[in-house]
Design a protein around this ligand. Sequence first.
Ligand code: PRX
Length: 651
Amino acid sequence: MTQSSFPVSAEFVAAANTTPAQYIKDYQRSIASPKANDDFWAERAELIDWIKKPTVISNVNYDLDDFRIKWFEDGELNISVNCIDRHLKDNPYKPAIIWEGDHPSLHKTLSFTELHAEVCRLGNAMRKLGVSKGDRVTLYMPMIPEAMIAMLACARIGAVHSVVFGGFSAESLGNRIIDSQSKLVITADEGVRSNKHTPLKANVDRALDMDGTQCVEKVIVVHRTGNSIPMSGRRDVWYHSVVAGESAECEPEVMNAEDPLFLLYTSGSTGKPKGVLHTTGGYITYALSTFRDAFDIKDDDVYWCSADIGWITGHTYSTYAPLANGTTTVMFEGAPDYPTWARVGHIIDKHKVSVVYTAPTAIRSMMKEGDAFVRESDRSSLRLLATVGEPINPEAWDWYYEVVGGGKCPIVDTWWQTETGGILIAPIPGTVALKPSCAMTPLYGIMPEIVDSDGEVLEGLAEGNLVIRGGWPGQMRTIYKDHERFLQTYFTEYPGYYFTGDGAQRDEDGHYWITGRVDDVLNVAGHRLGTAELESAIDSHPATVEAAVVGMPHEIRGVGIAAFVILKSGETKDEQIKEELNRHVRREIGPIANLDAIYIVDGLPKTRSGKIMRRILRSLAAGQYVGLGDLSTLADSSVINKIIEVLRAED
Ligand code: PRX
């Protein structure tokens, strides 16, 4: 925990949406009692256009015998109406989406009126293809406006979208389609990033060859690059053909507040990725409300969140929250290094971006290339910078603050998760001096606690596991088709609390510092990967007997992946097998699962009951060969020295 703090400039504070004293007053009021908490959320629900206004606010009980999470349960609304239609009267021509293509010559702006027409056309087309309320639709899309249009069109007709990140493999896509039993898939011929093409449609074809995907009746394909792709006669239809001739009006489905809005698969510490389910009324109230608070949003902001729509940040803070608020959202198809590392600055200048929300990994990779690229732009439009997804180290914070923001923009470090739906901890800008790498203060209505391993709540200065007392409208409702796993993962270890899976420290000012995952989930470049998932991908290679995966420090991506692998006897322990294993894992999971280090070993450190002691492997992978702690429970301690020999040979 560093002691330095950066006061927000007087100019920013003067124009901020709230004041330090007001934040404390409002926060205290929002958590004063269950009734006060309900009153607070009832007020925030006023930001939403309801078809039927809710009279019940929260109905949350974490007691496993009588477990329930419901928000605004008698309310009715449609999220696409909140994101689009309600802005048409006052702001019909305001840009809703500014799309910046991979190549700098490509850009497109959709006003709220245009977005409305596009969403309605696709909604009508989907209905004609037989999709109705409650049906699941998988989206496997590049960062093009049609991706947001498809999400909103699902919301309009009450279909439940399941967006699968375009960097996941055909296999991962297929597994998610099988779990969600989607009726429809929407994709593109190819994705484009840094002038490289990803074969999205070909991956869909391979995924749909998998057993269990017979649920998919149609595939809608957006024409992005025009390169030739096979279209299967009965199943595949072009996006432009199905929307052509459709009406620009589409009756929105009346949704109950607790009707599902989307599924989003995320990795856990065990087993296969889980389908996190979010519902309608609570999610959009929380998204909109936290968006305004955390980013100090003004009517004329041009807001750019760099997250891919395949992640929760791309759902909540690229799409739903800005659009529900009537804010212009910038969507970028490409990568920060194309055509050069000056691209981010050029996009900021070109579209007069005022708020940027990105991940520390992106900041570190730009920082490594030097300041000159950033200084090619003037970035005078910027007023606020934000980060998400992983801890930001002080050096990257300083660079973001001084070089990108020119020392005038507060940095909002936002802590949250796929499960939480929206930000839970972040400094509300202008209310507090910022501490680099610290997520700072809870947002309104949120009650974080730190508990020790016995579940004892720690007061004041503390370090332990981060849990949340009580509920909030944006929280997940279940794991799709696996409510038991939901209860087990989040509500069993510390009864009465939501367990985040993260560790945290609270300093003498009551500010929260996130220390990282305390379970077997790796946070690689801000993306979650389960060690179990990675290990089973390695184990599925015919040359392997067993593998153990741990995180290791990585200069750019924060956490890298280290794999300790035992090969079958007779296999050659050379570079070739390592490359082959890496290719295999990338093929199984997707390119985000890149193994940074592979160590071929003869044995793994296991307890007498056969459990792998990852703690030891984590130390070894970080280059710490001595002071490995208590080794008395190891079945065979000689494996440690043998592993150290392998590591030394690689140094
Ligand atoms: O470990 C925390 C880390 O990312 C995890 C959640 O990952 P995911 O569900 O993919 O959502 C990422 C985007 C919200 C958390 O359990 N994390 C997220 N934000 C921060 C963070 N770690 C430190 N600081 C943050 N600001």
